[in-house]
Design a protein around this ligand. Structure first.
Ligand code: COA
Length: 260
C-alpha cells in the first residue's frame, strides 16, 4: 500500500510505516507530513493495529529532518505554519494510543530525531548517526526536540547535543539512553518486528493505559502521577481482556485479547 510519501504494510497486529523519499534522505516535506498525520489518525481507531514501526526507505537515512530544499522557497509565515504542523503531528504520535517504535536504519537528524523521540521505543543499527543539528542552521529544534530530548536523557546532555549540533554514534546514543538498543544492520528490522510482535500479544487497552500513565505522569509530581496511574488502572478493570487474562492463566494457555 502506498500513501504518497509513505509505504505502509501490515503483519499481524504490527503496522509498518516507511518514510519513502530516499532521494531526499526521507526528509520531512509537506506531503509526507500530511500523509503521516492522516495515517496516524486512521490508526487510532484500527483494532488490527497494536504496534506501529516507523522506518526509512533507501538504507542511508531514517530521516534527515525537515526538507531543506522545500524550506528554501517558504515565506516566514509558511515556515511558522509548517513547523507548527510538524510539532502537532509529532505530538499526536507521542500521545498515540498504539505503541510506537522507531527503527533507525540510517541517519536520524534534526526533525528525523524529533520524530524518533516522539516514539515510545528507538532501536538503531550500529553505524547510524543521530543528532539535533538545527543550531548549525541557525534554527532550533522545533518539533518537540527541546522538550523531549531533556526528558529522555536529562538536561545537561540534551543541551550539549543541541548546542554542539554534532551527530553522535549509535553506541553513544545507547550509553546516553537515547535509544533502547543497537542491532547489526541486517538484523534491525527483524529485531524490531520481533519486539513489536511480542508487545502486540499483550492487552491492547493495558498497553495504551500504561503508555498514558508513563507519559502523563512524567509531566507532574509523584502524587499527581500516582493519581494518573489510578485513573489509568481504572480503565482496565472493566475490560473483557482482563477477565481473559485471568482465564488464560487458570487454563494454562496463551490469552487471546480482543481490545475490549
Ligand atoms: N532536505 C532536503 N534534501 C536533503 C536533506 C534535507 N534535510 N538531507 C539530504 N538531502 C538530499 C541532499 O541534498 C542530496 O540531494 P542531491 O543528490 O540532489 O544533492 C541527497 O539528499 C543526498 O544527500 P547527501 O548529503 O549527498 O548524502 P550523504 O550520505 O553525504 O549525507 C546526510 C546524508 C543526511 C548526513 C546529509 O544529507 C545531511 O547532513 N543532511 C542535512 C541534515 C540536517 O541538517 N537536518 C536538519 C534539518 S532542520
Amino acid at each position: 500500500m502506498s500513501a504518497s510519501d509513505l509505504t505502509i504494510s501490515q503483519q499481524g497486529f504490527v503496522r509498518q510505516i516507511v518514510l519513502n523519499r530516499p532521494d531526499r534522505m526521507n526528509a520531512l516535506g509537506r506531503n509526507l507530513i500530511t500523509a503521516l498525520r492522516t495515517e496516524l489518525e486512521r490508526c487510532r481507531f484500527d483494532h488490527q493495529t497494536r504496534v506501529i514501526i516507523l522506518t526509512g526507505a533507501g538504507g542511508r537515512a531514517f530521516c534527515a529532518g525537515a526538507d531543506l530544499k522545500e524550506r528554501a522557497d517558504m515565506s516566514q509565515d509558511e515556515v511558522d505554519a509548517f513547523v507548527t504542523e510538524l510539532r502537532t503531528t509529532f505530538h499526536l504520535l507521542f500521545n498515540h494510543p498504539k505503541i510506537t517504535i522507531a527503527a533507525l536504519n540510517g541517519a536520524a537528524l534534526g526533525g528525523g530525531l524529533e520524530l524518533a523521540l516522539a516514539c515510545d521505543l528507538r532501536y538503531a543499527h550500529d553505524s547510524v548517526r543521530l543528532g539535533l543539528t538545527e543550531t548549525r542552521l541557525a534554527i532550533i529544534p522545533g518539533a518537540g526536540g527541546t522538550q523531549l530530548l531533556p526528558r529522555v536523557i536529562g538536561p545537561a546532555k540534551a543541551k550539549e547535543l543541541i548546542f554542539r549540533a554534532q551527530p553522535i554514534s549509535a553506541a553513544e546514543a545507547l550509553t546516553l539512553g537515547l535509544i533502547n538498543d543497537v542491532f547489526p544492520n541486517d538484523d534491525l528490522l527483524d529485531q524490531c518486528l520481533e519486539i513489536a510482535e511480542q508487545i502486540s500479544q499483550n492487552g491492547p487497552i493495558a498497553l495504551a493505559q500504561a503508555k498514558k500513565a508513563v507519559n502523563q505522569g512524567l509531566q507532574c509530581s509523584l502524587d499527581q502521577g500516582l493519581q494518573i496511574e489510578q485513573l489509568c488502572y481504572a480503565g482496565v478493570i472493566p475490560t473483557e481482556d482482563r477477565l481473559e487474562g485471568l482465564r488464560a492463566f487458570k487454563e494454562k494457555r496463551k490469552p487471546q485479547y480482543q481490545g475490549k
